[in-house]
Design a binder for this molecule. Structure first.
Ligand SMILES: Cc1cc2nc3c(=O)[nH]c(=O)nc-3n(C[C@H](O)[C@H](O)[C@H](O)COP(=O)(O)OP(=O)(O)OC[C@H]3O[C@@H](n4cnc5c(N)ncnc54)[C@H](O)[C@@H]3O)c2cc1C
Ligand code: SF4
Length: 619
């Protein structure tokens, strides 16, 4: 038997569908991390890297090297990756891991000998700086750093990957690369998925630098560059604090430098420089500086142009925010988008609530549903039957929630949210449409259904429980999902909004291409114009598209709009559609930004994420 017969088309497809959002690098479901990757945190040892390795071997892009054999052999078939990946993408990477093992076994049985890649002087020098184990030029490792789902960049195989263990080692690498004229790029977890972390030279992976030092008395945390949002949020919340973080697998330092770090918490905690107490950088020539030094390069300034990064952040001191024990989440439903924007702006102006976000129908239903088909049906029920076109999600203390209840006719409170979430399979199966029709009210259907009288009826229809929810999952994972959803935090809007573990589900059916724009929240026509133009361009090229979310900023004066395109990144036709659409989008957003103050495309923020937000929000 040919070893490649163990990697049939279905396995190749799963392997190449990996979204590279690095969710398998954080222990977000308490399954434990991939055991070999925990010991050796090259991306190649994580399930994400193993998927790339499988795709590369299947296409004969790399030979079976010693590192490939080590990576494959180290898999314990523990199944953690299957649970983690299924939760966000619905994919089952275990079959890829099994295929890789069978492939290697047959390769060795047939007398195959893994190739040893010779070391050159650069690798020897890097190993001297970080230790034998932490630098490599083996293509089985390099592969995992060579590509992401962005269709307009890569693949770009690096020459070397190095994992420094300290700031001193990192600075030494930068100075060495500068002197030798070798390009080098720092990589957090590669979750920007825009081809930013590709280089033919040295990839500096900061995943060994994960120290967190909390200073609760001073409400700050000092972190190394490998610390992820999830890890910092967890550490801070154990001490009764919260940090403003976004995608859980993103490194906090990388996220601040790259996008300025925005989330629905940006409503109260801000973006960009608002997070930072101080940051230490090494510039590309190896000079180390603190952002707060009077003589340092000005990382807080902003220029509306694509600018180089100030350097590599070696350490950041960031703010922690206090949490009160009466915080809860609620959702305010709306029939029209304009009303939702106006409400979000109003509560932001009145300083009511903490995290605030306007969520489109796709976002909400995907966020809540454990499977794609359930998400699609849920959306139908929410918008088609209940007439909820969008919702404003708010996390607030009891005073904020009480104020909101006085402002709107009805809300989905935390108890009702939990009821919907745990009863979704029953909701989509129920005869809710008939019940709603029978009510004969001229108010939007959600108002009637969410009324005090109707909620007990709804609860009886949904019979919400971990078992009800898990019934939507395939047999062998059902027990896992039941246990998972017995944990109260899995249906707690505050926890879900803080840790954001479900937002990657937006890309469950295919890769999400997020366009982010800073916008004024009034007049709403500006946002509507942008959204209509995004929709027109997408329709022109046959690209699936939808509103993601909008978050108010600066007391509702500004906001961040995310509009999403969805593509199969492994399909060359889809890549071509994006290639054609991209210049039109850039021209369109630039045109709108010339007409309205406060419209700034995120592409201008990339690498200027430490800027004071006033420098790009009001200019
Ligand atoms: C599904 C999805 C949703 C997203 N939603 C959000 C969102 O809501 N809010 C948001 O802010 N972002 C969002 N992003 C973008 C993403 O989280 C950011 O790009 C983040 O920076 C990725 O972190 P990373 O550690 O993976 O960075 P990488 O992708 O590894 O790096 C990003 C950039 O930062 C540089 N970099 C990395 N580490 C450092 C460092 N220590 N010092 C200096 N530069 C560094 C890299 O060279 C690269 O240019 C989303 C991405 C995805 C895929
Ligand atoms: S099955 Fe293998 S790849 Fe998946 S988490 Fe376990 S050890 Fe890692």
């Amino acid at each position: 038997m040919n070893p490649l017969d163990h990697i049939p088309e279905e396995i190749r497809r799963t392997a190449s569908q990996c979204r590279h959002y690095a969710m398998c690098k954080i222990d977000y479901l308490d399954t434990g991390l991939c055991p070999p990757a925990k010991k050796t945190p090259f991306v190649s040892f994580f399930p994400q890297g193993r998927m790339d390795l499988c795709a590369a071997l299947a296409k004969d892009r790399i030979p079976v090297t010693q590192a490939a054999a080590d990576i494959i052999s180290s898999c314990t078939l523990c199944g953690s990756c299957d649970r983690q990946c299924h939760f966000v993408t619905g994919m089952r990477p275990m079959k890829v891991m099994q295929a890789l093992k069978a492939f290697l076994e047959t390769f060795l049985e047939k007398g195959g000998v893994p190739v040893l890649i010779p070391e050159d002087d650069t690798l020897k020098a890097l190993k001297q700086m970080v230790g034998e184990q932490w630098a490599t030029n083996d293509p089985a490792h390099l592969m995992a750093y060579a590509d992401d789902p962005f269709p307009l960049a890569g693949p770009q195989m690096p020459g070397y990957v190095v994992l420094p263990g300290s700031a001193e080692e990192l600075v030494e690498i930068v100075r060495f690369a500068d002197k030798a004229g070798i390009p080098a790029v720092v990589r957090g977890n590669g979750g920007s998925v825009f081809g930013f972390v590709f280089t033919p030279g040295i990839v500096i992976d900061v995943n060994r630098m994960k120290k967190i030092l909390l200073d609760p008395d001073n409400w700050t945390a000092v972190i190394e560059p490998g610390v992820t949002s999830f890890e910092l949020q967890k550490a801070a919340s154990e001490k009764g604090f919260r940090v403003n973080t976004a995608e859980p697998a993103a490194t906090v330092c990388g996220n601040i430098v790259c996008t300025g770090l925005f989330s629905t918490w940006a409503n109260v905690y801000g973006v960009g420089a608002d997070h930072i107490v101080d940051m230490t950088f090494v510039d590309r020539h190896g000079r180390v500086f603190n952002a707060n030094d009077k003589t340092a390069p000005n990382v807080f300034g902003f220029q509306k142009a694509v600018r180089p990064s100030p350097g590599i952040c070696l350490e950041a001191r960031v703010r922690m925010h206090p949490v009160t024990d009466d915080e809860e989440g609620l959702l305010v439903p709306f029939t029209t988008f304009a009303d939702a924007v106006s409400f979000a702006r109003d509560i932001s102006r009145r300083r009511i609530g903490l995290a605030v976000g306007i969520l489109g129908g796709h976002y909400l239903s995907t966020f809540m549903s454990p499977t794609q088909s359930l998400a699609e049906q849920t959306r139908e029920v929410f918008s088609g039957i209940l007439e909820m076109t969008c919702v404003v999600s708010v996390i607030g203390d009891k005073y904020a929630r009480s104020s909101i209840r006085q402002m709107v006719p009805c809300v989905i409170d935390s108890r009702t949210f939990r009821m919907f979430m745990l009863g979704l399979p029953q909701l989509v199966r129920s005869d809710l449409a008939d019940i709603v029709q029978g009510l004969e009210s001229d108010r939007p259907a959600y108002e009637t259904v969410l009324s005090k009288e109707m909620l007990p009826v709804l609860e009886a229809v949904l019979s919400p429980s971990p078992e009800t929810l898990a019934a939507a999952i395939e047999d062998d994972l059902r027990g896992f999902y039941q246990d998972l959803y017995r944990r109260p935090h899995m249906t707690d809007m505050v926890w879900l909004t803080m840790f954001r573990i479900v937002s990657a589900r937006m890309s469950r059916h295919r890769h999400m291409f997020a366009f982010l724009i800073y916008v004024p929240l009034a007049p709403v026509a500006v946002i509507q114009e942008l959204m209509a133009s995004f929709a027109d361009i997408a329709e022109k090229y046959g690209i699936e598209h939808d509103l993601g979310f909008i978050t108010p900023l600066d007391l509702g004066k500004r906001g961040i709009l995310e509009y999403d395109y969805y593509i199969d990144h492994t399909d060359s036709t889809d890549a071509e559609k994006i290639r054609l659409a991209m210049p039109e989008i850039e021209t369109m957003v630039d045109q709108v930004s010339r007409s309205y103050k406060g419209v700034t495309f995120l592409k201008y923020i990339f690498s200027q994420g430490c800027a004071r937000k006033e420098n790009f929000l009001y200019t």
